[in-house]
Design a protein around this ligand. Structure first.
Ligand code: C2O
Ligand code: CU
Ligand code: CU
Length: 463
């Protein structure tokens, strides 16, 4: 009798298959320590400061960090929790913290001059808000953001739903970004490349996964993993694929989709998130390459950057695990009723008659723009048209929207999003309902060089 049968015959429980020991240690994120023992409250310290991180082995890189790490610490909460963040600014310039995607009160949104003053060097601010929706969110500065984020300031905020189905897969939070270093390990000037850099959007030469270059993640053939991914790069689109593999996308910016979709690649614009399940396959002991492949976001994009390995999966030597079916992850999402919706038409534009690259919305750069007006409770349909030869990932603060197709019907499966790509010479359309959170809300291109060049505006939601 084999050992296997012997175990079964004696009635001992058979251990469920698990990922190899230390499978995620190469991409482990520092976690924010919860200073508050009360259930339902997550209270953390977050300090922006320069810190030495090791990106290239053996070289110290002084980077702008939250709590000394690149990326910043993983803040974990459950739906409905109150999150309190004691923020300190130990940088040499003012900053704020924006909580990308979270439906919080406007005063907590980190929009300088609108929802809060800039936090000066040596200053602090207490963010205090409830997280109403499960999903992966992220935080980053909203002052001089192309430079500050390019220098390393970003981190993940994971809002978990204790009631979601168990066994969706062993979970990894993956913060994707990029960075450019000089030979001595120091950061490349974030403003390098002049006008052309601004126009194209500056991409770093090195791809980072949780701050590491090409890390190796342990896996087991046939045993699924669940990747919670955010693209925190300031300009780079991430398109990932694994030869002969497919991904099951179960969620996006604002939690689960209406139902999962099968995809042969993961595409994320700056700011977007994905919740994907992947089952690695291959010979035990072999390595799978997770490749970044160029995505054509406008003139030259596919020539500028060759394909590169973003990270690897090393399959354990043990035999293949027999796949278990994925539990059902359906979610009811009602399509917004747009019959009486207000229509908002925006064009993403570039000013032609200026020496510096200036971009805008409806021909007006952010520093000259008047806010759009809206009312609490109102539903609106935004049409965002691209007049430039580059894609723009368009992001609205504070509210989720539903992307609409050219026919005005919501794209299936229904999903809540806060960032959507506006392709070259094309447009994006979405429906949004302003729930009861009045205030000033920003919207902008999430290629942060474009946002800083003026492609940004304000939405004033009033009671
Ligand atoms: Cu990530 Cu103003 O946004
Ligand atoms: Cu945002
Ligand atoms: Cu843009």
């Amino acid at each position: 009798m084999s050992l296997w049968l012997a175990v079964a015959a004696t009635g001992c429980a058979v251990e469920p298959p698990s990922q190899p020991d230390g499978w995620d240690s190469a991409v482990a994120l520092q976690s924010a320590r919860d200073l508050d023992a009360r259930p339902g409250v997550v209270e953390v310290d977050l300090t922006a400061r320069v810190g030495d991180v090791e990106i290239v082995p053996g070289k110290k890189t002084p980077t702008w960090t939250y709590n000394g790490g690149l990326p910043g610490p993983l803040i974990r909460a459950s739906v409905g929790d109150r999150v309190i963040v004691h923020f300190r600014n130990e940088l040499s310039e003012p900053t704020t913290v924006h909580w990308h995607g979270v439906r919080l009160p406007a005063e907590m949104d980190g929009a300088p001059g609108h929802s809060q003053p800039e936090t000066p060097p040596g200053g602090g601010f207490t963010y205090d808000f409830v997280v109403p929706d499960a999903g992966l969110y992220w935080y980053h500065p909203h002052v001089n953001s192309a430079v500050q984020e390019g220098n390393g300031l970003y981190g993940p905020l994971l809002v978990e739903d204790p009631d979601e189905p168990a066994e969706l897969g062993d979970e990894l939070v993956l913060v994707l970004s990029d960075i450019s270093l000089r030979d001595d390990g120091s950061l490349e000037d974030p403003d390098a490349g002049g006008n052309l850099g601004t126009l194209f959007g500056r991409e770093g030469d090195l791809l980072l996964v949780n701050g590491r270059v090409n890390p190796v993640i342990g896996a087991r053939a046939g045993l699924r993993q669940r990747w919670r991914i955010v693209n925190a790069a300031k300009s780079r689109y991430y398109q990932l694929l694994i030869t002969d593999h497919r991904f099951t996308r179960i969620g996006g910016d604002g939690g689960f989709l209406e139902h999962p979709v099968e995809e042969d690649r993961i595409l994320l614009t700056p700011g977007e998130r994905a919740d994907v399940v992947v089952t690695p396959r291959g010979a035990p002991g072999s390595t799978l390459s997770v490749r970044w492949v160029p995505y054509d976001r406008g003139y030259g994009a596919t020539f500028a950057r060759p394909e590169v390995e973003a990270f690897r999966l090393r399959l354990a030597d043990e035999p293949v695990v027999h796949d278990e079916p994925l539990p059902e992850v359906a979610r009811t999402i009602e399509a917004l009723d747009t019959t009486a919706a207000r229509h908002v038409d925006l064009q993403l534009t570039r000013e032609e008659d200026s020496d510096d690259v200036v971009m805008g919305i409806n021909g007006v750069p952010s520093w000259k723009a008047e806010p759009l007006m809206a009312a609490v409770g109102e539903t609106a349909v935004w049409t965002v048209e691209n007049t430039m030869a580059f894609d723009h990932p368009f992001h609205l603060h504070g509210f989720f929207f539903q992307v609409l197709g050219a026919d005005g019907q919501p794209v299936r499966p229904l999903a809540w999003k806060d960032t959507v790509n506006v392709p070259v010479d094309g447009s994006a359309r979405f429906a949004v309902r302003y729930d009861n959170r009045p205030g000033m809300w920003m919207f902008h291109c999430h290629i942060l060089d474009h946002a800083e060049a003026g492609m940004m505006g304000m939405l004033h939601v009033v009671r």
